[in-house]
Structures are given as C-alpha cells and as structure tokens.
Design a protein around this ligand. Structure first.
Ligand SMILES: Cc1ncc(C[n+]2csc(CCOP(=O)(O)OP(=O)(O)O)c2C)c(N)n1
Ligand SMILES: [Mg+2]
Length: 382
C-alpha cells in the first residue's frame, strides 16, 4: 500500500481506535492480558482469513525494558559517575603514556571507553566476591578492555602506580601489566584468558554448564552465583562466540549472562555498515532460546519514545543502518535533525523543542547507568 494511503483518512482513524482499545486493555488488565489478546488476534487472523504475519525473530529497535518497568537506581549516580570518569581517564592515560615511552607498544583505548558504564554498574552493584557463606560470580572480561580493569584496580589500591607505568612490559624488574587477561602472565590478577576473540564467550558457557553439573550432583551447593561474560559486537563474528549458544539454552543455564557491547564498531571499521548488529544478534540469540534484553537508548530518549504514539519514531530508528548511525554520532545536532528526523514532518515536530546541542547530546543506552542497571537486574533475576 502506498505510504500516502497509510497515513490517510480512514486508516489513521481506524488505527487510532484500535490503539485506544489496546490502551484500555493495558490499563485495566495489564501487559500480560494485553499480550494474550494480541496473540489471540494474530491467531484469529491466521485461522479465519489466512493472514500470515511475516516471521520475525526481532523486537522493535528500542529498549526491552520500558521506563515503567525500570527499577530505581540504588546507588549515588554522582559518586559513581566520578569514579567512572577517574577510571576511564586513568585507562586512557596509562595507554597513551606507555606509547610515549615505547613507540608502538599499542593497547586499546576505545574498547573500555565505550564499555566503562557496563563495567562500573556491574562492579558497583552486581559482581559478588567469594564469601565464606557461598559461591561467587565468575567474570570473563573482554580482553581489550584490560586497561579499564587495571585502572579500576589501581583506584581500589590493588595495583601500584609502577605497574601502570609498565603497561605491556610485565617483565620489567619492578613488574608491569600484561597486554591482555591471562592467568599465566598475571596469576594473581587474571583468572581466564580472553583476548583471542571468541574464547571468553565459549569458555563462559562451559564454565556455567560445569557449575550446574556439580550442583545437580550435589557436589556443590548453589547460592546463585553467576557467570558473566563481556564481549564486543565484532567478537560475535568469531565462530567460537556463537558456536555453543544452543548448549546454554538447552541446559537452561540461567546462571550465565552475556553482555555484548554493541558499539557498532570493531578495530578497523563498522561491524555492520549496511545492517544492524543489535537486531542481528537479537535474532540469533532469541532463535537459540536465550532471554535477550536490549539496551539501545538512554534516558534522554524516554520522553520522545513515550510520546511516539503512532510508532513513527521507533519505525524510523529501526530502518537506519549502523553505518548511517556512525555518521550521525560524529556529526552535528543539525545534521542529526535533518537526516534522522527530517524524513517526516511529524518526526521533526517531535524534536522541535530540542536545540541542536541537546539533540547531539542524546545519550545511548550503554552509557546510561539506570538503563544498564535495569537490564542487569532483570538478567540476574531471570
Ligand atoms: C581471534 C582474534 N582475531 C583478531 C583479533 C584482533 N582484534 C583485536 S580487537 C579486534 C576488534 C574487536 O572488535 P569488537 O569485538 O567489536 O570490540 P570493541 O573494541 O569494539 O569493543 C580485533 C579484530 C583478536 N584479538 N582475536
Ligand atoms: Mg565493537
């Protein structure tokens, strides 16, 4: 049907009536009742008129957890932001300084810069250390995020400054830090080797599986410890990263949490220029039977998305490719407005109260501690 027809007259009124009815059901019966009704509608359409809805393994390009479902943030956001800034700065300074001292020493900066919130929220609110009472969480850190983990350990007083001075020169007499996590290189610090991409995710699956094996045979008591694995979106292209994901769902490993940092970027370019890596991964994991929680937009987007009564914005956000998004993020607010919202006058109207500067500063979900916290909470409680 032509776009003009869809947005015209009768159809607009009809759609609005259906949406209003659904809102009524939602208000009276809650989301579960509404969900059942939608399923019934779809079944009815299929049985009585052969309406076959196109198959989709993905959900719309928005956060899985709505604002209403979001739990309150338990910490001090100001304090945590300050800690995060210090950690992020020290990680960067350590890498830059090492490269000044020894040319070509390398080290990644952007990996941790993009994942700092993901780690800080986990460190501050979720990771559980070993206690006498019970078992602990197990964490597979993304190998290239190592500078951030060192920087945090320094702030906690677990690593001396001389170690940071010798980043990537661990054989110096006063000691140093290995490029990447490896228990052989730093036995008191790292537990698992993760930097050959794909090793973290696959080890985490078998680790969680083995823990379950011990628990099921009474060889270990369970106190709810989780296995966390942090990885990059480019890393998901490694065969090992996805190779055993059906084992995890078959064995119902709800003691396992994957955190995939979808910064849309890998070392040498976009992960998917013409595609959408978040949607692609959602389809793969949902198809394999995983509970997938997407965190796409930060709190700055909440009102815009809540006011998106007809789903125009969410539809627009879903049709933009990752390559285009990369361009928007480095361009000005004016460019963002013109290219993203400019496709429809109704979209432009939705953001007319925001200045170009405000538009450029709309935060993404992975950098919003409240959104990340809500996602972790939901994953842990699943
Ligand atoms: C098996 C393997 N191949 C290649 C590399 C080299 N390498 C290091 S980081 C990187 C890109 C990582 O991209 P992504 O997983 O998206 O992580 P990001 O830095 O974006 O968080 C590559 C190819 C590697 N470490 N392991
Ligand atoms: Mg990446």
């Amino acid at each position: 049907m032509a776009e003009a027809q869809k947005t015209n007259g009768l159809e607009v009124i009809e759609t609005r009536e259906w949406l209003d009815s659904l809102d009524y059901v939602l208000a009276k019966g809650g989301p579960e009742r509404a969900g059942r009704l939608i399923q019934q509608l779809s079944l009815h359409a299929r049985l009585s008129a052969g309406v076959n809805l196109p198959f989709t393994a993905t959900t719309p390009y928005q956060n899985t957890i709505s604002v209403r479902q979001q739990p309150p943030f338990p910490g001090s956001q100001d304090m945590e932001r300050r800690i995060k800034s210090l950690v992020r700065w020290n990680a960067l300074a350590m890498v830059v300084r090492s490269n000044k001292k020894t040319e070509g020493i390398g080290g990644h900066i952007s990996t941790f810069a993009s994942a700092a919130t993901l780690y800080e929220v986990a460190f501050n609110h979720f990771f559980r250390a070993q206690t006498e009472a019970g078992d602990r969480d197990v964490v597979y850190f993304q190998g290239h995020a190592a500078p951030g983990i060192y920087a945090r350990a320094y702030l906690e007083g677990r690593l001396g400054i001389e170690k940071l001075h010798n980043f990537r020169r661990e054989l110096k007499p006063e000691g140093g830090l290995s490029s990447y996590p490896h228990p052989w290189l730093m036995p008191d610090f790292w537990e698992f080797p993760t930097v050959s991409m794909g090793l973290g995710p696959i080890q985490a699956i078998y680790h969680a599986r083995f823990i379950r094996y011990l628990e099921n045979r009474g060889l270990k008591t369970s106190t709810g410890g989780k296995v966390w694995a942090f990885m990059g979106d480019g890393e998901m292209d490694e065969p090992e990263a996805l190779g055993s994901i059906t084992l995890a769902s078959r064995e119902k490993l709800d003691n396992l949490i994957f955190v995939v940092n979808c910064n849309l970027q890998r070392l040498d370019g976009p992960v998917r220029g013409n595609g959408k890596i978040i949607q692609e991964l959602e389809a793969i994991f949902r198809g394999a039977g995983w509970n997938v929680i997407k965190v796409v937009w930060g709190g700055d987007w909440d009102t815009l998305i809540q006011n998106d009564r007809d789903g125009l914005l969410v539809k627009r956000l879903g049709e933009i490719s990752d390559g285009q998004y990369q361009k928007y993020f480095v361009e000005s607010g004016a460019y963002f407005r013109h290219n993203l919202f400019g496709s429809d006058p109704r979209l432009l109207k939705m953001v007319e109260h925001l200045s170009d500067e405000q538009l450029a500063r709309l935060r993404l979900g992975g950098h919003d501690p409240i959104k990340v916290h809500a996602a972790y909470r939901s994953a842990v409680d699943h």
